[in-house]
Design a protein around this ligand. Structure first.
Ligand code: GLN
Length: 469
C-alpha cells in the first residue's frame, strides 16, 4: 500500500469501495511506524493491538453500511489530550505514569466516528516550546532533514503525519503549536476559532489561548477533521454556541506589510509573495493593510501565557496527579515533586508567570499585557471590516537545527507570526507553499491565513487555492 500520497478523503473512498480493509490500512501504518519511528521518534507510545481491534470494529461499521467520515482512519494524538485508560504525560516526568480517567470531548467525537488511534505523540513538555526539544523523553526529528527540529510543540504529531506514520493527527495550539510544526514539515495545520473545539480533556497551558486542531496532508482533510471536532460542549464553559456557518466567496486578502519588517528570510519571503501571486491569479484582491499593534504580540503573549501557565500548573502538586516525591512536610512534597518533575522551560514559565501576577508587578505587566491584548484584537476587528483574511508567513525561517535556539528568547521569537491569532481568538491555518533549500536539503515553508471569528470555511477556501499552485 502506498501511503505517501494518501489522504483521508481517498482512504474513505477506498475503504467504502472495499479496495482494502481498515485493518489493512492500520497494519500499513503500524509497519511504517515500526520501520521509521526508531529514527524519527514521533511517538511516545504506539497502541498496536488496540488499533487493530478498533480497525476491525471500523470494518464492521463499513460492512454494516454505517461508516462515517473518519471510520477506520488511523490518527495520532498529541500526548496532552486525554483518552480514558491511556497514559497522557504531556511529555513530562511529572505525569509519566498518569492514566487518564475520561475521554476529552475531541476524543469522544473521534471514537463515535470509529476512528483508529495509533498512539500518543511527542511534544514539548506541557506544550511549551517550538521545537519538541523540551520533551522530557528526547526530541523528535524532522522527516525532511533529521538534523533539524520538526517544530513544536506538536512536533510528534507533525512528524508522524509527514513521515506517513499516521494519516492525520491532533495537536494543540496556544501560540502556534499546530501551525508552526505543520509549516516545518509540509502539512496543513489549523488552529480553530477560540471556543470552536471543546477544550474539555485538553491539559490546559494558557486557557484563554488553547485550542485543539488537526494536522493533515491537505486542506480538505483538515476540513473533514474540523467538521468532526467542532461544536458546542456543555463541559467547556468557553465553548461557542453552534451556529450555521456563513461563508460567502472570499475576495480580499490583506497583508500587514509593516509587520513583515520584523525579519523574514529572503527566500521564505519570496515563497510568501509567490503564494500571494497565486491568489491574485485566482481573482483575489491582495492589498496591504495596517495593523500597527501586531509587533507587540510576542511581548503580550510571553506575559499572558506564562501567567496562565503558572496557575494552570499549580495542580501538579504531588498530591492530585502523577509523580509524588515523599518528604517530611506537605510543603516539601510540593517543592520536591515539582523540582524533580518539571523540566527547565516549564519552571521558567512558572517563575515568569508568578512574577507578572505578583502584587506590585501585576499592574505593570499582567494588566498592561491584557490591555494591549485588547488593542491587538481591535487591530484584527478593524482589518476584517475590509478584508476576508489576513496573510502572513507562518514562520520567518524554515526548520532550524537541534540546539540552534538554546537561548529561550531566540526560541520565543520563532512564534512572532503565530501568536497574534491566539491573542485575538481568531482562526488561522498554515498551508504548505513550496520549499527553500538549506545545506542541500529542501525544507517546507508555510503560508498562514488568519480569518475573523468563525470563518474557518473562508480559510479552507483560500487555502485550497494556495494548495493548488
Ligand atoms: N511556542 C509557543 C510557546 O512555547 C507556542 C506553544 C503552543 O502553541 N503550545 O508558548
Amino acid at each position: 500500500m502506498d501511503l505517501s500520497n494518501l489522504t483521508i478523503a481517498e482512504a474513505r473512498r477506498a475503504l467504502d469501495a472495499r479496495e482494502y480493509s481498515a485493518l489493512d490500512l492500520t497494519n500499513a501504518y503500524l509497519e511504517s511506524i515500526a520501520e521509521k519511528d526508531i529514527d524519527i521518534h514521533a511517538y511516545l507510545e504506539v497502541w498496536a493491538d488496540a488499533a487493530r481491534a478498533e480497525a476491525r470494529a471500523a470494518d464492521a461499521m463499513i460492512a454494516a453500511g454505517t461508516s462515517q467520515p473518519l471510520t477506520g482512519i488511523p490518527i495520532a494524538i498529541k500526548d496532552n489530550i486525554l483518552i480514558e485508560g491511556r497514559v497522557a504525560s504531556s511529555a513530562s516526568h511529572i505525569l509519566e505514569h498518569y492514566t487518564a480517567s475520561y475521554d476529552a470531548t475531541a476524543i469522544a467525537k473521534l471514537k463515535a466516528q470509529g476512528a483508529v488511534f495509533l498512539g500518543r505523540t511527542n511534544m514539548d513538555e506541557f506544550a511549551m516550546g517550538s521545537s519538541t526539544e523540551n520533551s522530557a523523553f528526547g526530541p523528535t526529528k524532522n522527516p525532511h532533514d533529521t538534523a533539524r527540529i520538526p517544530g513544536g510543540s506538536s512536533g510528534g504529531s507533525a512528524a508522524a503525519v509527514a513521515a506517513c506514520m499516521a494519516l492525520a493527527a491532533l495537536g494543540s495550539d496556544t501560540g502556534g503549536s499546530i501551525r508552526q510544526p505543520a509549516a516545518h514539515t509540509g502539512l496543513v495545520g489549523l488552529k480553530p476559532t477560540y471556543g470552536a473545539v471543546s477544550r474539555f480533556g485538553l491539559m490546559p497551558m494558557g486557557s484563554s489561548l488553547d485550542q485543539i486542531g488537526p494536522l493533515a496532508r491537505t486542506v480538505g482533510d483538515a476540513r473533514i477533521l474540523f467538521d468532526v471536532l467542532k461544536g458546542n460542549d456543555p463541559k467547556d464553559s468557553t465553548s461557542l454556541p453552534d451556529t450555521e456557518a456563513q461563508s460567502p466567496t472570499p475576495k480580499t486578502v490583506g497583508v500587514p506589510r509593516d509587520f513583515l519588517a520584523e525579519g523574514v528570510d529572503a527566500d521564505v519571503l519570496q515563497m510568501f509573495e509567490a503564494a500571494l501571486d497565486t491568489l491574485r491569479a485566482a481573482g483575489y484582491a491582495v492589498r496591504d493593510i495596517s495593523m500597527p499593534h501586531l509587533p507587540h504580540s510576542l511581548a503580550v503573549y510571553y506575559i499572558v501565557c506564562p501567567a496562565e501557565v503558572s496557575t494552570n500548573l499549580a495542580r501538579y502538586d504531588g498530591i492530585r496527579y502523577g509523580l509524588s516525591v515523599p518528604a517530611d512536610s506537605i510543603g516539601e512534597v510540593y517543592t520536591k515533586t515539582r523540582g524533580a518533575g518539571f523540566g527547565p522551560e516549564v519552571r521558567r514559565r512558572i517563575l515568569l508567570g508568578t512574577f507578572v501576577l505578583s502584587s506590585g508587578y501585576a499592574d505593570a505587566y499582567y494588566r498592561k499585557a491584557r490591555a494591549v491584548r485588547d488593542v491587538i484584537r481591535n487591530d484584527f476587528a478593524r482589518a476584517f471590516e475590509s478584508v476576508d483574511a489576513i496573510a502572513l508567513p507562518t514562520t520567518a525561517s524554515p526548520a532550524f537545527k537541534f540546539g540552534e535556539k538554546s537561548d529561550p528568547l531566540a526560541m520565543y521569537a520563532e512564534d512572532i507570526f503565530s501568536v497574534p491569532a491566539n491573542l485575538a481568538g481568531v482562526p488561522a491555518i498554515s498551508v504548505p507553499s513550496g520549499t527553500v533549500e538549506r545545506e542541500g536539503k529542501k525544507l517546507p515553508v508555510g503560508f498562514q491565513l488568519i480569518g475573523a471569528h468563525g470563518s474557518e470555511e473562508t480559510l479552507f477556501k483560500i487555502g485550497e487555492q494556495v494548495e493548488k499552485a
